[in-house]
Each structure stands twice: as C-alpha cells, then as structure tokens.
Ligand binder design. Structure first.
Ligand code: SF4
Length: 275
C-alpha cells in the first residue's frame, strides 16, 4: 500500500477499473474485439491473448454475462482536488515538475512503459504515448539515434524501468488477497455496482476510509502506519475545505460536503483505534 507513504500529498481515492473481455467462438471474438489504433497492425489473436493473460494477472474476475467476462483492477489514486488545479496535487504550481519526484508512485515511475500494458504490446504503447504527448501536450521526447536506448523491440532495456515495472507487478501480486477482500466488502461497492457505475470510461473512484479499515482488519497494514496516514489525510482535507470555503463558490458545495464526510469517517477511525 504505497499510498500510505503519500498520505501527506494525496487525498486518497480507491479506483476500480473495469475490463470487459469477450468470450465464445474464438473467430467471432477476435472479429469483435476492439483494438486501439496503436495496436491495429498486430495479429488480432496475439493481441487478444496478451491482453487476456495480462488482465488475468492484474485484475480480479468478478462475473460475466452471455458475451463477456468482467474483470476489475484496483489501485489507490489521488483525487484531483482542489478541482481548480485540474492536475495531480503533487505537481508544482508552475505545472512543470513533480514535487515528490524521488518518491513518486510506481504508476508514475513506469510511464510510458506502464505496468498495466502487456509486455508484448509495450513498443506500440510507448510509441503512442510519445506521439500523443507531442500532439496533445507539446512534449518532445528525444527519439533521435543519439538518445539513450530505452526499449528494443518489445523488450525494456533501461534498468530502472525494468526494476520499477517489475516492482509494480510484484505489488499487484502481493495485494491480490486484499483486492479480493475489498471486492467482497460490505463497506464498499460490490462488483455489480462497480460494473454498472463504471460508465463509458470503465472506471469509478470511491473515498478511502473504508479501505483503511478493511486493510487493517486484513492485516495488510499496521495500526501506527494507518493512524499516521489518517492524520495526514485529515490535515489535507481540513486545508482543502478551508480553501473551498474561502472561495465561496456554490459550485463547490457538493465537493466540500463529500470532503467533510470523508474527514468525519477518518475522525471516527482515529477514535475507534485510540488506545
Ligand atoms: S509524476 Fe506527475 S502524476 Fe505522478 S506524482 Fe508526480 S506530479 Fe503527480
């Protein structure tokens, strides 16, 4: 639970990402499988098999209907609040640098070789990230012949990225039991609700207090670390609520109300776990 170490920066959320994997007659499935443009030149069978194998590793199968299996992957993430910033809370005010670069999350460390992309699809995914960054954000990655070699074919050759990607996948493996428990929790949305709420973006985020309780009960985190995380989150929430109140923006009332509820839940956890 690397989020514990980032409790002084992020207002935490739990993010469920839903994947729908078609099943049935293989030819029909391959025909209907949606392929992103960056993978369009691949053999469809190779694409489908690689995607399915990776999904089975990083996500939990939660159900099915007549045409597809549903998988849910779980990650801790930051709520992008205050909303006016429209960016990661750890981004510097000038929008150019990560203020926690040395301890940034594994997800950030693995960009553009993201851990949730199968190894067989890496080169195409990296190329698409580079091209999208240039087109949409004006980033210019050095892709000249003199640039350090980062990937060779689909094989990552940059030692730091190999290590970080392996660490991210190992973290997924080690938290699998916790993820399965969270999906059964009475305190959190159940899989049918998650699938229904995921919408076109196929993901849904919920606030974190219930996760802290489940992780404590499962022995996935120690009490002192949990209490420290909760105290840091309350400090961040107090600051966010104060800033929101100072802005006197009616449009923020709902968010402020949600923050208050989350803060109250954390206060209850502190009280319940006090010696
Ligand atoms: S690398 Fe970017 S997204 Fe990740 S923590 Fe830093 S600022 Fe946030």
């Amino acid at each position: 639970m690397e989020m514990l170490a980032l409790g002084d920066v992020f207002v935490a959320a739990l993010r469920y990402r839903v994947s729908r994997v078609l099943k049935g007659n293989r030819d029909a499935v391959l025909e209907r499988t949606r392929v992103e443009p960056e993978f369009a030149d691949m053999d469809r069978g190779t694409y489908y098999d690689a995607t399915l194998a990776h999904t089975e590793r990083v996500a939990v199968r939660v159900g099915h209907d007549t045409t597809a299996d549903f998988f849910v992957s779980i990650s801790a993430t930051a709520w992008m609040y205050p909303r006016e910033a429209k960016a990661c809370p750890a981004l510097a005010a000038d929008g150019k640098a990560c203020t926690i670069h040395e301890r940034r999350p594994l997800t950030c460390r693995t960009v553009p070789a993201r851990y949730d992309v199968p190894a067989e699809l890496l080169s195409r995914a990296v190329r698409a990230t580079v091209e999208r960054g240039r087109a949409e954000h004006g980033y210019e990655c050095d892709v000249s012949d003199s640039a350090p070699v980062f990937i060779d074919g689909d094989t990552l050759v940059d030692g730091a990225y190999v290590k970080d990607r392996d660490a991210a996948l190992a973290a997924i493996d080690s938290e699998r039991n916790l993820h399965e428990r969270l999906l059964q929790s009475e305190r959190l949305p159940k899989p049918p609700e998650i699938v229904k709420a995921a919408g076109p973006h196929m993901d849904v985020s919920v606030s974190f207090p219930a996760v802290v309780i489940e992780a404590l009960e499962a022995g996935a985190i120690e009490l002192p670390a949990a209490r420290e995380f909760v105290e840091k989150q309350m400090t961040l929430l107090d600051a966010a609520i104060s800033r929101a109140l100072a802005r006197k923006d009616r449009g923020e009332r709902e968010t402020t109300g949600r923050f208050r509820k989350v803060r109250d839940s954390y206060a209850t956890i502190l009280k319940a776990t006090a010696k």
